[in-house]
Design a protein around this ligand. Structure first.
Ligand SMILES: Cc1ncc(COP(=O)(O)O)c(C=O)c1O
Length: 422
């Protein structure tokens, strides 16, 4: 029996039995934001209150928020409440309420991202989303793809697999660390163009350095040449404005456990309607027609509470406001960079001359140190947690503040850099 019709029958039988009580009235958990809203969003006091909305580590300063974002207390409580409720309602929930909850999250997300919900799949992360697209694309032997030299390793590996399986050719654009203008970046791709170029893979906000690429312009340029664009937006959603990029990209993927502060294990895949049918999903699906975006959600049994919590995470994001959030994150990056960038021996690996080219994330080094050594010293001597980036294109320590990061945390970083470079 097909999975879907089995579910229908099972639901009908269950409907005759006594149903579990409704444990969770929708969105009845309201975190009290009133205290927060008494403060001016431009004042440090507002952000001190904000930091109380997170479980901030007390024994070290976490400046490695690029891996994933902690959930604010409101999302955490909402998530835990649903985890408990599903545990109580058991498979009854999965058979009767799961799909409505997923559809509700899809609609809220589509509104939030300003895209068509019929083009939006909820996945577990960017890696899964882009592997669907890269593995499922109808490649022909000799098709050419241009990727960037600072693209994320999992995506590079996914393309390399297609080199072996389907004989595609991968060319690598060298993205400048400190571009003077957008044309310089477009030139890095255009140099590699041939009549066989089929796809460009683009990282919107590069995780190694924090550099933001002019994705919207690159997509326009590629489309003029009939080339499809896959965008790795793991770090850009709910961090910087992605509205035009998500509309223009042929394929767009992000992880919501990064800057939207969702529970771990939720991501998105947005595909333009006209391309959906041609992509084979990583996990075969028999429930939906080929042109239905939901075919990419067939992951087996999954932690549905994380998907339900998306709505609460969006509510938290709106409590601050997208623009205020982005401005604060950029302010924090500038706060420490401006204090260290002119110090002798300090090297900044992030473009900082133009505010559009970076936001929260930045990367620096001190001459004479290996990044691993520097990051280790920052932790052991100053209790500052960062991550060392040792990559052919970039060597340095990545610093990623968050909404709960305060100026005093960055003063500690600046003090450490001053001491270590002298
Ligand atoms: C640019 C970029 N792409 C993709 C990913 C993968 O994200 P995830 O592990 O959530 O799939 C990351 C993770 O940090 C990343 O920085």
């Amino acid at each position: 029996m097909k999975r879907k019709s089995f579910i229908k029958n099972a639901s009908a039988i269950l409907a005759l039995q006594t149903l579990p009580s409704n444990l969770f009235a929708n969105s009845d958990f309201n975190f009290n934001y009133q205290l927060l809203n008494q403060y001016d969003k431009n004042s440090e006091d507002y952000w001190i209150q904000m930091s109380k909305m997170f479980q901030v580590p007390q024994d070290f300063i976490n400046l490695e928020n690029g891996y994933f974002s902690p959930q604010p207390l409101s999302t955490l409580a909402f998530h835990q409440k649903y985890e408990s409720a599903i545990n109580h309602k058991t498979s009854w929930f999965m058979r009767n309420e799961q799909s409505d909850k997923i559809e509700k999250s899809r609609s809220s997300l589509a509104e939030f991202l300003k895209c068509n919900k019929e083009e939006l799949a909820i996945t577990r992360n960017t890696t899964e989303s882009l592997n669907n697209v890269i593995s499922g694309f109808p490649w022909k032997k000799g098709d050419e793809v241009i990727i960037g030299n600072q693209d994320y390793g999992s995506m590079v590996a996914a393309f390399q697999q297609q080199v072996q399986r389907n004989g595609i050719i991968v060319k690598v654009a060298q993205i400048p660390l400190h571009p003077q203008n957008d044309d310089e970046i477009i030139e890095a791709f255009s140099k590699l163009l041939t009549p066989k170029t089929k796809v460009i893979h683009l990282t919107h906000l590069i995780n190694l350095s924090g550099q933001i690429l002019p994705a919207s312009k690159i997509i326009d340029w590629a489309h003029e040449k009939n080339i499809q664009v896959m965008v790795d937006a793991a770090h850009s959603v709910a961090h910087i404005d992605t509205s035009s990029v998500i509309q223009k990209a042929d394929y767009f993927a992000a992880s919501l456990h990064k800057w939207l502060c969702c529970p771990l294990g939720v991501g998105i895949l947005k595909i333009k309607q006209e391309h959906i049918a041609q992509i084979y999903p990583l996990m075969s699906d028999e429930d939906y027609p080929k042109n239905n975006i939901r075919k990419f959600e067939h992951q087996g049994t999954k932690p549905i509470q994380s998907i339900i919590a998306i709505e609460e995470a969006i509510a938290f994001h709106y409590t601050i406001g997208a623009e205020i959030k982005e401005n604060r994150l950029r302010y924090l990056k500038n706060y420490w960079i401006n204090k260290v960038k002119n110090l002798p021996k300090v090297v900044i690996n992030t473009p900082t001359n133009d505010s559009e080219r970076s936001c929260a994330i930045a990367n620096f080094n001190i001459e004479g140190y290996k990044p691993t050594q520097l990051s280790k010293l920052l932790f052991e001597k100053y209790k500052i947690f960062s991550v060392a980036i040792e990559h052919p294109a970039i060597n340095g320590v990545r610093i990623t503040p968050h909404l709960y990061t305060l100026e005093k945390d960055l003063d500690a970083l600046v003090g450490a850099v001053e001491e270590l470079r002298s």
